[in-house]
Every structure is written in structure tokens, then in C-alpha cells.
Design a protein around this ligand. Structure first.
Ligand SMILES: C[S@@+](CC[C@H](N)C(=O)[O-])C[C@H]1O[C@@H](n2cnc3c(N)ncnc32)[C@H](O)[C@@H]1O
Length: 225
């Protein structure tokens, strides 16, 4: 069963709020995905699924990749489009669509990357998402997912991402994709240590060298047969 997920557009519209930007907006790509890019694992065209304000897309475009970012929220898509124009990155384009049912781009993408989208979807939206991106993938395309692992957030929290166990992740993705690897990883987030819901505090996760919380995650690698 799904947990309560945020109203995504208001998460971005409220960026002027006291707490600052949403915790996942770290001003750069997630380090696990930046490492994949540095290792040459991405091939154009790239689909950044659930791109948000698209630091990953923008960084890939700056390195010469052709990238399409898709996100549900008009506010994030507008911010990403504006940033690409300001940085002169014409190979990054952005579209507002529901990734669980989007159309077009049939067979276009050689790499599909999911930077913390999977756990942001309702559980019942996962299959439509995996089916839709599979349709948009070229034969042999690579698929990478960075997703919160069970234990990242207290199970008792009503409002939290739909974190996954390894078997649950494998079962969902393998219906459409050939899984090559699932390994432990981290999502880095600007999350205060004292965040709590009810009387349930966050687990005592380590922090990185920039004082961001390191939340347990999986990095999944798969390909289209
Ligand atoms: C945790 S944020 C991650 C954003 C970005 N990938 C990053 O790493 O900063 C999850 C993103 O998924 C988007 N999202 C949620 N449901 C979606 C859907 N059904 N279709 C497309 N995007 C969706 C949200 O708007 C949000 O931008």
C-alpha cells in the first residue's frame, strides 16, 4: 500500500518557504549517479525520469549528452527549462507529463535514469511507469534507478517515500527489464537530523562531507533485452 506522497508542484512552488528548497534539491546530481556518468555509463539520448529541477540533466547536457527530462510538475519543468537556457544547454529539453502514462519518444532513449523517482510514485503507479519507459527505450538501453531502501525512513511515518526492499524492487522491475545488479547505495539529502513525525524521529543516519544526510538506498542497473 502507498504512503501519503507530497503535492509535488507545491513542493517546488514553496521554495521560498522557511525550510528552504526540498531536501532532494542538493544543487548537483546525486553522487551515485554522478559517479556512473564519470565512469562513462550513460549513452545519448538520455531520459531523466522525474527530473525535478534537473541538476542531473543539466550536468549531462554540459558534458555533451542529449537529454530529455520529464516531470509531473510545471514549476520544476519551467525551472529546468530556464536553467538550460541560462546555461546555453540546447541539448537538454524538458516536458511536463505523468511518467506512468506518457506517450511519444518510442524507442528513442539509450539510457534511462531515475534519480529518486521510483519511491516518489504511488506503488500502484510503478507498473505503468516501468512499462512506459520500456516503450520509450531503444533496444539494449540501460536503466539506472537510485531509490530509498527500507530503513531510510521510519515505517511508522504516514508521509514518507515508498521505500523498497531488494526483493520488492527486483520483482517490480524484472517484469519489464533485465536486471544486471542491485547494490546498496546512498541518497544524499539536505535533511535536518531532528526531523520527526509524531514521536518518531529519523534514524541516526551518517552525514557526508557537506553535512547532508546519507539515506540508505539501492542503485539498480538493468537493460532492455
Ligand atoms: C524526489 S524528487 C527527485 C527529483 C530529481 N530527479 C532529483 O534527483 O532531484 C521526485 C520527482 O518526481 C516527480 N514525480 C512524481 N510523480 C511523478 C509522475 N507521476 N510523473 C513524473 N514525475 C513525477 C516529482 O515532481 C519530483 O520532481
Amino acid at each position: 500500500m502507498s504512503t501519503e506522497l507530497p503535492d509535488w508542484d507545491s513542493e517546488y512552488r514553496e521554495q521560498g518557504r522557511l525550510e528552504g528548497p526540498p531536501p532532494w534539491n542538493i544543487g548537483e546530481p546525486q553522487p551515485e549517479l554522478a559517479a556512473l556518468a564519470a565512469a562513462g555509463k550513460f549513452r545519448s539520448d538520455v531520459l531523466d525520469a522525474g527530473c525535478g529541477v534537473a541538476e542531473l540533466s543539466l550536468s549531462l547536457a554540459a558534458d555533451g549528452y542529449t537529454v530529455v527530462g520529464i516531470d509531473l510538475t510545471p514549476t520544476a519543468v519551467a525551472a529546468a527549462t530556464k536553467a538550460a537556457a541560462e546555461r546555453g544547454l540546447s541539448s537538454a529539453t524538458f516536458e511536463q507529463a505523468d511518467i506512468t502514462s506518457f506517450t511519444g519518444h518510442d524507442g528513442q532513449f539509450n539510457t534511462i535514469v531515475d534519480s529518486t523517482l521510483f519511491h516518489s510514485l504511488p506503488v500502484e503507479g510503478r507498473d505503468g511507469y516501468l512499462r512506459s519507459i520500456h516503450r520509450a527505450a531503444a533496444p539494449g538501453a540501460d536503466y539506472y534507478v537510485l531509490v530509498f531502501a527500507t530503513g531510510a525512513f521510519p515505517e511508522e511515518w504516514v508521509q514518507r517515500p515508498n521505500q523498497v526492499g531488494e526483493d520488492e524492487l527486483r520483482a517490480a522491475v524484472s517484469k519489464h527489464w533485465v536486471i544486471d545488479e542491485i547494490r546498496p547505495a546512498f541518497v544524499h539529502a539536505n535533511m535536518p537530523a531532528d526531523r520527526q513525525q509524531g514521536d518518531q524521529p529519523m534514524p541516526p543516519h551518517d552525514r557526508d562531507e557537506k553535512d547532508r544526510m546519507k539515506l540508505p538506498a539501492y542503485l539498480l542497473s538493468a537493460h532492455k533485452a
